[in-house]
Design a protein around this ligand. Structure first.
Ligand SMILES: Cc1ncc(COP(=O)(O)O)c(C=O)c1O
Length: 428
């Protein structure tokens, strides 16, 4: 069914916005639907449709759209001011709260976006080690800046490389396959000038790919033995896999970690956290320069404190519910697949995240993810949308469950997947 209003808006948008959108992953052909409002697990479109949302701000909305305690904190702050650019007690409180729940967070610097956080974490690692090289993983995405836009995931997965990124800059970045400790070890041996390893502990931007047993332990050991700073990019996993992120979930302490997304539950805020020794290098305490007008702005800080306090208070109910909801969806889809029969399909899931790959092969690295049938995935996306279920429009993203998704959502979602998968089977 054509979305007439969205089509009109898209035709208008593409005259003034490159590609009609403000971030590439939002586009899919022939045009994306436009949103007008959201609540709990739902997105409402300009065409008066209401979708069950599994994009959830690409993982930012852990508590759901418009979570009351977060909105109340923001409303209260709006009357007191939106930007001071002088320190506030609430910034201390936010850092103290992050320190309490994140294992490596002896000190914290608040920034605005995940990209800003990873860019400055790498700068800190270089300054600390007095070395230059960066190692990242195939399909790992850490934002759209030059240090890491090399064989990256998410929207960049379909581009060989971004034009405009200097070769001199990307030449400092070595890319190794995920779930392959020997390759990492070899890369470090080959370049003794390696400053840091930056990784999503669970890859969530090339579809969803989980670490093999002991893999993250091996990465920790290898980096420690070679005086290489280990940066966990927890922009997706932070506060989501557990209150203390992947670090708590897997029991591994990196030297630095970056956070964004769930930290503000829909408000723009991010953080770099790590050992005092490394973090103290940041100006004005040290000689690593990082600065931002909007860093620690009182609106986002209020949202983040409220989100974290809610997660802390609800912890015992929140994480089991997220996992239960996600498991029910995954189990439901698996039952549908068994019922239909004959579709090669792998579902990776952990905590509140899942993704489907149309392939017979286990997906444990980027190469396997890229072998999956993307055309079938696209067909599934279209069929789900027709049934009012919105998942991220790319194989190289992850579906996110929130605290707001309920049993009715699960039932409707599983039914929609069942029908969508039957359509895929019919088309063969
Ligand atoms: C793991 C990871 N790191 C960094 C980023 C960049 O964050 P932002 O889009 O807030 O700059 C993203 C964004 O999706 C991400 O998934």
């Amino acid at each position: 069914m054509p979305l007439i209003r969205s089509e009109q808006l898209y035709n208008r948008a593409k005259k003034v916005l490159p590609g009609g959108v403000n971030s590439p992953v939002r586009y899919y052909d022939p045009y994306p639907f436009f949103a007008v409002s959201s609540h709990e697990s739902k997105l409402v479109t300009a065409d008066h449709k209401t979708y069950i949302d599994y994009c959830m701000g690409y993982g930012a909305l852990l508590l759901g759209h418009g979570y009351p305690s977060v909105l109340d904190a923001v409303r209260e702050q709006l009357d007191k001011g939106t930007l001071y650019c002088v320190p506030t007690e609430r910034e201390i409180k936010l850092a103290e709260t992050i320190s309490k729940v994140v294992p490596c967070a002896e000190m914290v610097r608040t920034v605005n976006t995940g990209s800003e956080a990873t860019m400055n974490a790498i700068r800190l690692a270089r300054a600390f080690t007095k070395k230059k090289g960066v190692i990242k993983f195939d399909g790992g995405y850490h934002g759209a800046h030059d240090y890491v836009l090399v064989k990256a995931g998410s929207g960049a997965a379909s581009l060989p490389a971004s034009e405009g990124v200097l070769e001199e800059s990307s030449a400092q970045t070595t890319v190794v396959p995920y779930n392959d400790a020997a390759s990492l070890e070899r890369a470090i041996e080959k370049n003794r000038d390696t400053a840091c390893v930056i990784m999503e502990p669970v890859l969530a931007n090339i579809g969803l790919i989980l670490p093999d047993k002991n893999y993250l332990n091996d990465v920790r050991k290898i980096t420690q033995q070679n005086d290489v700073v280990l940066i966990f990019d927890e922009v997706v996993t932070g506060f989501r896999l557990a209150l203390g992120g992947a670090s708590e979930f897997f029991g591994i302490k990196p030297d630095l970690a970056t956070f964004a997304k769930a930290l503000g539950n829909g408000f723009p805020i991010a953080a770099i956290a790590g050992t005092k020794e490394i973090m103290q290098q940041l100006a004005p305490a040290g000689r690593v320069y990082q600065a931002s007008t909007f860093a620690g702005n009182p609106v986002s800080v209020s949202a983040a404190i409220a989100a974290l306090e809610t997660m802390m208070e609800a912890r015992d109910a929140l994480y089991p519910k997220l996992a239960r909801t996600c498991d029910s969806i995954v189990e439901g889809i698996k039952e549908e697949l068994e019922d239909i029969g004959g579709i090669d399909c792998v579902i990776n899931s952990i905590g509140s995240m899942y993704q489907i790959f149309f392939t017979a092969e286990k997906v444990r690295d980027e190469a396997a993810a890229k072998k999956a049938d993307a055309a079938k995935f696209r067909k599934m996306f279209d069929e789900l949308l027709k049934r009012d279920v919105f998942i991220p429009p790319s194989q190289f993203e992850t579906c996110f469950v929130s605290y707001a998704h309920d049993e009715e959502d699960v039932d409707r979602t599983v039914e929609a997947y069942g029908e969508a998968l039957r359509k895929i089977k019919e088309r063969r």
